[in-house]
Design a protein around this ligand. Structure first.
Ligand code: ZN
Length: 455
């Protein structure tokens, strides 16, 4: 009797232990999942008095590769924040870190290019590009030789040398032939950035590689016809880009006459889940909105961009790399704007008309260089800071007024949910229109020298 009681006690203690153990496993699993989802958040935005930081993280299926990319980006961020910290009491400079990515693919290979721009004082941004090329079937990293015929590398190096020298000659620049020879020789580290398109093989030579730092980065394109026998035949048959005519809905705006108007605008996208979730909800509220997209992202999310445009939403520019335009040369300002316009046109068939500069940093000179209509906002939801749908909704409702332009970001699901919740509450009082529709309804004569905060 005694024995069995003791045994029962032992059993119940064991049961409790087992339950506790299971709980511990569940909790730690939950925490690690939480930690993972935090770590793999696709975007990071920080706006402080002395610095701004914006990072877009690419997603790749291969976990090892993803870890490599995250480590690289993490190191860049750490180095930047260290410099910001060191500069804190020394200077009034507003530093900026912007990390974007672009993607390429060729048959069985994909490339992710991480573009790092940082400004911590001085005349201009510094730029660094890191590219990862990998086989999409097995996830293994590959390098340029993967694309070349067996004896192709030396031949390619000679061609690259020729095209770099040609570039210097054609532009009447001083050059050092030995420097160029060394920088284009057939070593893997000399060919860490390349891409193949319908024009040919593009190779980027970074700072100091083929000349002094002041020469900057050099990008050359070796035409397709010169690459026969060097690049494997199958990679040379890239199709010509066909710009198809995209059909677009146009609404009868007379139904909105006399209603108060709201323009919901979404920056920093397009994205996959949040943008599409928003698009799914628009018809329910008879709403159309505006997207100020980043040129670096439109190719990755071209189907989403096309869908948004076809529905009748406004597609506008938020520049290519989200840099502070005050710190760029005229050449780079125009580049940031024109590259975005070209990227958008290649997908929807028309160039955007409206520009929202990052951080709203513009002036008469930038407007002249851009030659577009500048549209900013007058209701800032600070959705990126709160990441809470109800707070976003409350901020919209509190500040809504006729003609308002509301700033949101369609890279966060919480922002999109907040916008939809606000539409639900405001739908009787307001019509939700795109920037183009707002301008038409309010009969605005647009002026490229102006900055529009509302209409
Ligand atoms: Zn932005």
């Amino acid at each position: 009797m005694k024995r069995s009681k003791k045994l029962r006690l032992k059993t119940s203690v064991r049961n409790v232990l087992v339950v506790v153990l299971i709980m511990i496993i569940f909790i730690s699993f939950g925490i690690s999942k939480l930690r993972d989802s935090k770590k793999f958040e696709a975007h990071e935005i920080v706006e402080e008095d002395n610095y701004t930081l914006k990072i877009d993280y690419p997603r790749v299926e291969n976990k090892d590769l993803e870890q490599k990319i995250l480590t690289y980006i993490g190191n860049q961020k750490e180095a930047f924040l260290k410099t910001v910290y060191e500069l804190e009491d020394v200077t009034e400079t507003k530093s900026d870190l912007s990390i974007t990515y672009t993607e390429d693919s060729w048959l069985d290979c994909r490339a992710v290019h991480i573009n790092v721009y940082y400004y911590t004082g001085g005349a201009h941004y510094n730029k660094e590009t890191k590219s990862y090329y990998f086989n999409t079937k097995n996830g293994k990293l590959v390098d340029i030789t993967y694309f070349l015929e067996e004896d192709g590398f030396k031949k390619l190096a000679n061609l690259a040398y020729y095209y770099v020298v040609k570039y210097y000659k054609e532009n009447d620049l001083v050059y050092d032939e030995e420097w160029i020879k060394e920088g284009t020789s057939s070593k893997l580290e000399n060919y860490s950035y390349f891409s193949i398109d319908e024009k040919g093989l593009n190779i980027l030579f970074t700072y100091y590689q083929v000349g002094p730092h002041c020469d900057g980065e050099k990008s050359i394109t070796i035409p397709l016809k010169e690459l026969k026998g060097i690049v494997k035949e199958k990679y040379l048959t890239t199709e010509e880009q066909v710009i198809e005519v995209v059909k677009r809905e146009k609404r009868d705006l007379s139904k909105f006459a006399g209603k108060k108007l709201l323009a919901f605008t979404f920056d920093d996208g397009p994205s996959d889940v949040p943008t599409n979730k928003l698009l799914d909800n628009l018809d329910k509220y008879d709403a159309r909105v505006s997207f100020f997209v980043l040129g670096s992202r439109v190719n990755t999310y071209k189907d989403t961009l096309k869908r948004a445009y076809e529905m009748g939403n406004t597609i506008a520019s938020h520049t290519y790399s989200h840099l502070n335009l005050y710190q760029l040369s005229d050449y780079d300002v125009i580049g940031e704007i024109n590259r975005t316009n070209d990227a958008i046109e290649s997908i929807i068939g028309v160039k955007p008309e409206f520009l929202r500069v990052p951080y709203g940093n513009t002036n008469a000179h930038i407007k002249e260089l851009g030659n577009m209509i500048t549209v900013l906002w007058d209701v800032d939801t600070e959705d990126w800071r709160y990441k809470n749908a109800n707070t976003v909704k409350d901020n919209i409702i509190k500040h809504a007024h006729d003609g308002a332009i509301i700033l949101l970001h369609d890279i966060y699901t919480t922002s999109v949910e907040g916008a939809v919740l606000a539409m639900e509450e405001l739908k009787d009082e307001y019509a939700f229109v795109s920037i183009e529709e707002m301008i038409e309804l309010k009969k605005i004569n647009l002026d490229k020298t102006k900055t529009y905060f509302n209409f």
